[in-house]
Design a protein around this ligand. Structure first.
Ligand code: HEC
Ligand code: HEC
Ligand code: HEC
Ligand code: HEC
Length: 219
């Protein structure tokens, strides 16, 4: 029977080394989550961001109150893309992240299902606002630019990898109707914290040896 034990343990290893997913990660705000101030009464993981009906915005079936803040864009040294003017941006897909990460909307402020009860005093304050270093605020003048057309920058900036190459050689994603906009989720995978330190926090590509940066920048 010893072989059976070895075989079973091997299977368990294979299963646990596969993609870890969102359950039990920092984006699992339910009772099974990884943060200290996780919910004390809601065991559903997806409900903090998604709902099957009456979602708003409709895509991707969003279940959260959105931020009403005005965001300041990164202005740059020598930018070859047009950035949003204060008040109009960022694009909606990045605003999904900002419905928690700008620190102005409580993480438990949901559209459907009663707002879950959260802990407080660590990552969250008593009203459910994100207060840890994960609160990146509304001023992005000191953050990597987002919410612009990558191909517009690439057309005049000789030191950017061709978008077709970025797409075919990496897990980096682009958004918008033409699938050319760079957003938070170009670099981040909201559902996967990363099995190894190089893939954390929630990265689409390893940051080892600046691999992530070199997927787009010819430097
Ligand atoms: C912390 C917020 C958050 C939680 C929790 C979350 N998602 Fe998402 N999900 C997003 C965002 C943001 C997008 C938009 C696409 C992107 O950013 O990559 C998305 C997109 C999706 C999509 C469409 C795109 C794709 O990746 O296939 C599916 C399907 C999805 N989520 C399923 C789920 C399920 C199932 C759960 C629960 C097990 C879940 N999500 C939990 C934030 C979340
Ligand atoms: C439902 C609220 C919510 C939404 C929506 C959300 N996050 Fe988070 N995020 C959190 C919380 C809570 C943490 C844990 C904060 C901590 O540990 O201090 C976190 C952590 C992170 C971290 C890791 C920070 C660290 O300190 O390890 C990253 C990166 C991140 N989020 C990116 C995103 C991106 C990108 C999106 C959109 C695609 C997004 N998040 C959407 C709530 C959210
Ligand atoms: C160009 C790629 C890129 C883009 C675009 C990007 N991030 Fe990040 N983000 C990273 C990397 C890489 C790290 C890890 C930094 C480190 O380990 O030094 C990170 C870290 C973070 C953290 C953890 C910060 C901390 O101090 O705890 C949060 C939260 C986060 N990102 C959210 C976002 C959100 C929200 C957006 C969109 C508004 C976004 N990111 C856009 C690459 C990116
Ligand atoms: C998905 C592609 C992509 C990734 C990944 C990426 N960048 Fe960028 N980055 C861009 C684009 C596009 C611009 C805007 C270029 C322009 O408009 O001229 C930019 C702008 C910048 C700028 C500002 C340039 C200026 O003129 O002010 C710096 C600095 C930078 N990136 C560094 C990094 C670093 C460091 C990383 C890794 C942590 C990284 N980037 C990851 C695409 C990317």
């Amino acid at each position: 029977m010893k072989w059976l034990l070895v075989f079973t343990m091997g299977l368990i290893l294979i299963v646990s080394s596969a993609s870890a997913g969102i359950v039990g990660s920092k984006h699992d705000l339910s009772t099974s989550g990884a943060i200290t101030d996780k919910s004390t009464d809601q065991d559903r993981v997806c409900v903090f961001c998604h709902t099957p009906h009456n979602a708003n915005p409709a895509v991707p079936l969003w279940n959260r109150e959105m931020s009403a803040a005005t965001f300041t864009p990164y202005t740059g040294l020598d930018l070859d893309h047009t950035q949003w003017t204060s008040g109009t941006g960022p694009n909606e897909v990045s605003k999904l992240c900002l419905s928690c990460h700008d620190g102005t909307v409580a993480v438990n402020s949901l559209i459907n299902n009663a707002n879950p009860t959260m802990g407080s005093g660590n990552e969250l304050d008593a009203t459910g606002l994100l207060v840890s270093s994960a609160n990146i605020g509304t001023d992005f003048s000191n953050d990597h630019p987002i919410s612009f057309d990558y191909t517009q920058a690439q057309a005049t900036d000789g030191e950017l990898v061709d978008i077709a190459t970025v797409k075919s050689t990496s897990n980096i994603e682009f958004f918008g109707s033409g699938q050319t906009n760079m957003e938070c989720s170009s670099c981040h995978d909201v559902h996967e914290y990363g099995a190894t330190a190089d893939m954390q926090p929630f990265l689409n590509e390893s940051k080892a040896a600046s691999n992530l940066c070199l997927k787009c920048h010819v430097k």
